[in-house]
Structures are given as structure tokens and as C-alpha cells.
Design a protein around this ligand. Sequence first.
Ligand SMILES: [Zn+2]
Length: 156
Amino acid sequence: MKYFKRKFLKLFGLSSLLLVISPYSFLYAVTKKIINPDLTEEQKKIMFNESTERPFTSDLNYEKRKGFFHCANCGAKLFSSDTKFDSGTGWPSFTESLPGAFKTKIDTSFGMKRVEYHCAKCGVHHGHVFNDGPKSGQKRFCNNGLCLIFKPENNE
Ligand SMILES: [Zn+2]
């Protein structure tokens, strides 16, 4: 009898834990989809496992042309070059995203409380947003360059 009770408790404990976790992972799985079949392993690691590229590795840090930055997975238009600035952090940085481009969530990994943002259209991770933009009251979107594709305005 005692044995059964212990076993029941063990099973119950496990299943209630799964009940808490599974709706989240389920939602996560349906909102994030690989749309671009050409994504590299490095891109997938950032977009689907919230990894971060090494700073100063993206050519987009030095991109100064006029145009728009798109999601490398689904192609959604995310940032205008008008909001790009050199933050010195080694990641492409922007003061504002295009309206409705992203959804945010609180990320508490690494013992920090940061606001993580992901593409509103396909759900993949792009970066973190901070309240310390170049001018007071401005934001700083710190975006992994590998998650972005730049399309110059005149397609030069
Ligand atoms: Zn996207």
C-alpha cells in the first residue's frame, strides 16, 4: 500500500510538472517555424535557442546605406536604416523598430532581467532592447546581425 502511494505521488508530481511545462513548449513550437530553408546552424542557434553571436562579427555593424533590415527567417521588415546608430557594443543597434515588428518578453537568464524581443511574424529571437539609447528617452535594440538581411533602398 505504502509503495503504491509513493508511486502515485511520484507519477502525479511528474504529470503536474508536465502540465505546467507542455502548454508553453507547445506554444513555442507552433509560433517558431523555419521559413527560410537556407538558415545556417549558427543562425538557427540564435533564432531558435536564443543564443548570441560574438560581438563585432557582423558586417551589418558597418552598414551605412539607406534601406531596411528584414528578418532573415521570414523576410518581415523590422528596422529602417534611419534608426540605426553605432552603439559601440559590436552588434547592429537601432533606436526604434518599425511598428508591430516585434513582440517582447522578459528574459531572466544569466541572472539579469532583460527584455528579449522576437519577430512578430515568425516568432524567432532577434535580440534584447534596453532603455539606454543614444539620446535620453531613446531605446537601444541590440540585434544579432545574423538574424537580419539588409536590403538597400535603391537595390544598388
Ligand atoms: Zn521573422
